[in-house]
Write a protein that binds this ligand. Sequence first.
Ligand code: SF4
Ligand code: SF4
Length: 436
Amino acid sequence: MKTEFSLAQLADPDIAEADKILRACVHCGFCTATCPTYVLLGDELDSPRGRIYLIKEMLEKDRPPTAEVVKHIDRCLSCLACMTTCPSGVHYMHLVDQARVRIERDFSRPLTERALRAVLALVLPRPELFRASMIMARLARPFAALLPAKEAATPGLMRRIKAMLVLAPKRLPPPGPSGGSVFPAQGEKRGRVALLQGCAQQVLAPRINQAAINLLTRHGIEVVLVRDEQCCGALTHHLGQDGDALARARANIKVWKKEAEQGGLDAILITASGCGTVIKDYGFMLREDRDFAGPAAQISALAKDITEYLAGIALTPSSQKGDVTVAYHSACSLQHGQKITGLPKELLSKNGFVVKDVPESHLCCGSAGTYNILQPDIASRLRDRKVANIATVKPDMIAAGNIGCMVQIAGGTSVPVVHTIELLDWATGGPRPGLN
Ligand code: SF4
Ligand code: SF4
């Protein structure tokens, strides 16, 4: 794609990066076929190619985006299916991330929209506030039926509040272990890792990291929950609030680097792939920061999805489970963001599960961070399509590697939705998951 940035514009490293990305696009349109919003809405401007063109115009003309441009960028899930499909290697993720920051800076959203985004950015990354909000949402849940179920093209505040109430769990588990906890290896010590505590996950499903701790320590790996660790920044990053996201990235880099220097770390393990995709991108996000560029790249190199780490360990199966058929839901952040596709399924198969691929597995379930709150109608159409596809393989359980997908899919099915690590823990001596 031909671009027309001025030399002055190209002096900005972000614009220079955008220019490189835009020039790689050859308009072929292959990406449209796998873009969930294009598949659902059929509008070129809701396709990757259409959005790339809108972003190009916005950046080149260097003027505030129109409401129309914002509408189509907001509808993008950042699922990155387009990156997997693109034959020219267009790095759509870095382009749309930049567009979101620009929109946040230059576009004045309606007051209710700004208020909602501010509340999400305040509450979601803080487990104690998120916990309190989930308790309040649970109390308000009976009133959700009184709120509108569907609105015109752009959902309003009431529809979004309804989406939040519907997503709130009926009950909350007690909190898991806190930062600063160390779980010693059982038997001979073979390694030492940090485990990302996460923010929403530690409130909604502390059992996931508990399963990871149980499995790792059982296999000789010491696990540390690093003190003063924060939300990875993914949630505010995807809202275009990069000041907050980068501050969180820097704070995490400091504490993880200190832990690596003092106690040694083989890896920083992540059980929520949405977080993993962003932590692996810290090196890029902070590339222009003189003090943090090097450490950020080191931390990104240490970050691993838990399945990547487990691939290097000989797991010792212990339980007799019988034939359990598992539909493996491939989270977008894992398959498109981190290019981890076969590994989780191989681990499950090797450990005795009958693993089934889900038809249209490249399509997002509609969770996508805060997307299912901000774009509830598209999100629920994608969820219903995902659940229908899962039902065709008649699973006993559904496995995924990302809490957002788990909550989203669980809202549309009675089949237990569990994390891949819970199944692997069960196969190697842990409790049967899906009963809590
Ligand atoms: S990230 Fe997903 S929703 Fe956005 S343009 Fe790419 S394929 Fe479409
Ligand atoms: S597939 Fe790649 S090169 Fe083709 S239009 Fe989409 S982004 Fe551009």
